[in-house]
Design a protein around this ligand. Structure first.
Ligand SMILES: Cc1cc2nc3c(=O)[nH]c(=O)nc-3n(C[C@H](O)[C@H](O)[C@H](O)COP(=O)(O)O)c2cc1C
Length: 168
């Protein structure tokens, strides 16, 4: 059975709640759920076949601080042969110019590490002005906005996971 690792950072709990909701969609599978604040080395990532990495955006377009601390290690991880999907939380109302920017930082590093990234999401149904996490009209992963659109989160997650499952 493929090993799945869901790893998230979270300051005020939203990304943690979402990570748990995503993990429920993979129940019955070989799944490891971890807060990056509790991850000390890259073993957990290198052991997984399919990695789901989540971060909120803080500051002005910044990566969450526990992910930021882990970055030097993530940059050295060998992710060749891994499939990675990303999810990012942000506030498109208060931060329309840096909406879910932090996902871009994870994206760039996992691509450099040799991973294949799946789970891109069209920007069509989001209301924001700019985001570094958009490539060719798609977010590099699942964008979620608990501050303004929490009513859409459950459906966004289940549609996203349904698209991921055949690809892993
Ligand atoms: C001080 C502050 C700065 C923020 N900066 C951004 C930002 O630049 N871009 C964005 O999309 N969201 C931003 N947000 C919104 C958070 O990413 C959002 O509330 C998220 O759900 C928090 O996730 P967490 O509870 O897992 O930490 C910011 C929120 C605060 C309070």
């Amino acid at each position: 059975m493929k090993k799945i690792a869901i790893i998230y950072g979270s300051d005020s709990g939203n990304t943690e709640t979402v990570a748990h909701a995503i993990s429920k969609e993979f129940s019955g599978m070989d799944l490891h759920l971890a807060n990056i604040a509790d991850v000390s080395d890259v073993q957990l990532l290198e052991d997984g076949d399919f990695l789901i990495l989540g971060t909120p955006t803080w500051g002005y377009g910044d990566l969450q601080e526990d992910w930021e601390r882990f970055m030097p290690k993530l940059k050295k991880a060998n992710l060749k042969g891994k499939t990675v999907a990303l999810f990012g939380l942000g506030d498109s109302g208060a931060y329309p110019d840096t909406f879910v920017d932090a996902m871009a930082e994870l994206y760039e590093v996992v691509i450099q590490g040799g991973a294949r990234v799946i789970g891109q999401v069209p920007v069509d149904h989001y209301d924001f002005d700019d985001s570094r996490a958009v490539l060719d009209g798609n977010f590099v992963g699942l964008a979620l906005d608990e501050d303004n659109e929490s009513d859409l989160t459950d459906q966004r997650i289940s549609e996203w996971v349904a698209k991921l499952k055949p690809l892993i």
